[in-house]
Design a protein around this ligand. Structure first.
Ligand code: MRU
Length: 369
């Protein structure tokens, strides 16, 4: 998508033809910085420190990270090390494991001297697939927005609430929850996005607002607690969020706070849709609340906040008494019963085991090729 008129993706191969460039998302929105990654250790740090984040992008970074690991040591021990190091970076988004498994199967049976080239090719395929999938999610979600727009006074904006950043920065391109929004905006449908700031790391304020702004999509930044009020007053037509892991029966694990939005949406009869690539479905899991590992992060993400001073300097300040105990759970699970539908690359489906199984039955492996 566009940044000051220039088309960018969140991750790409450097002009040198082998190293990997990423947009450093820890510096946005105030600094647009590109980091060049040349080692497995740097790839792991990029995921762990959230220079790259968002389930699909974590998968793509893991694939390139595996490839960088193969440049360092393509032996079977080197493969195990790359797998393990990358796997340990973040626990919740299932795309990480999906990408690593895919690389592992592709490389296991070939000679070590062929592994670097093969890993690079597989990573490139994962990147291309992600873009294709998100575009397809966008076209299905667009129809939903079109229907809502048709029910409104001509020209009146469709108000969409989103949480965290499930935008192009969270994927390779397009985003999941934002793909229908970008397509609707580009098709001339009036849309307006309520952007949850998404404490503690403020992915909404610093990333979603940034990318919507650069694409010219009208939006308003709101505190996380405003959504319920807006819904009670008929000011939200549709909620669109992403997913880090979806169980085979349609429970959705996403950024902390998603569940409360789903409850408010249910209470106010606001459609609550989750946009997800099938790479985010964990077919082995049927109880999101009990089975999905929820990442707990450094308490300083809660007790401190970063921002730009009037001088232009970006700094971090403390917002709690020193030594306050903090709990920082990064994700929660929205039970399937609160989800109006799952928008996937194959279409829109009910959040249920039957519906998902039917939708993906024809795939041998149930994962996209
Ligand atoms: O902790 P993050 O920023 O990686 O969490 C991101 C989210 O929760 C997104 O909503 C999710 O990964 C879907 S991204 C298309």
């Amino acid at each position: 998508m566009n940044v000051d008129g220039v088309a960018y993706r969140s991750i790409w191969v450097n002009a040198d033809g082998w190293s990997i460039d990423i947009i450093d998302q820890t510096r946005l929105p105030h600094v647009f910085a590109i980091n060049n990654l040349t080692t497995l250790a740097q790839a792991c740090a990029a995921i762990r420190d959230m220079q790259v984040r968002g389930a699909p992008l974590i998968g793509a970074m893991a694939a390139y990270g595996f490839y960088l690991g193969m440049r360092e040591d393509p032996s079977t021990a080197g493969m195990q090390l790359a797998y393990q190091r990358l796997y340990e970076t973040r626990p919740t988004a299932i795309n990480l494991r999906w990408a690593l498994e895919r690389l592992n199967s592709a490389l296991r049976e070939i000679e070590p001297n062929e592994r670097t080239a093969r890993a690079f090719a597989e990573a490139e395929k994962i990147v291309a697939l992600d873009i294709e999938i998100n575009r397809a999610i966008g076209t299905h979600g667009l129809e939903l927005i079109r229907e809502i727009a048709a029910s409104k006074v001509p020209g009146e904006a469709v108000n969409i609430l989103t949480h965290c950043n499930a935008g192009w920065l969270a994927t390779v391109d397009w985003g999941t929850a934002t793909a229908p929004i970008y397509l609707a905006h580009d098709a001339g449908i009036a849309v307006h996005v309520w952007v949850d700031e998404t404490r503690p790391r403020n992915q909404g304020a610093s990333l979603t607002a940034w990318e919507l702004g650069h694409h010219g999509v009208p939006h308003s930044l709101i505190v996380d607690n405003l959504g319920g009020h807006l819904m009670q007053h008929g000011m939200v037509d549709l909620c669109l969020v992403g997913s880090d892991r979806t169980t085979r029966n349609g429970d959705v694990c996403n950024k902390i706070g998603t569940y409360l939005k789903a409850l408010a949406a249910k209470d106010n009869k606001v459609p609550f849709y989750v946009c997800l690539p099938s790479t985010t479905i964990d077919w082995n899991c049927s109880d999101g609340i009990r089975e999905i590992p929820i990442e707990q992060r450094d308490g300083r993400e809660v007790s401190e906040i970063s921002g730009k001073l009037a001088s232009g300097k970006v700094t971090t300040v403390s917002i709690a008494p020193d030594a306050t105990a903090v709990a920082n759970y990064a994700f929660d699970v929205t039970p399937a019963r609160l989800v109006s539908g799952l928008i996937t690359e194959r279409g829109i489906f009910g959040a249920s085991e039957k519906s998902l199984a039917q939708a993906f039955a024809k795939q041998n492996s149930r994962q996209p090729e």
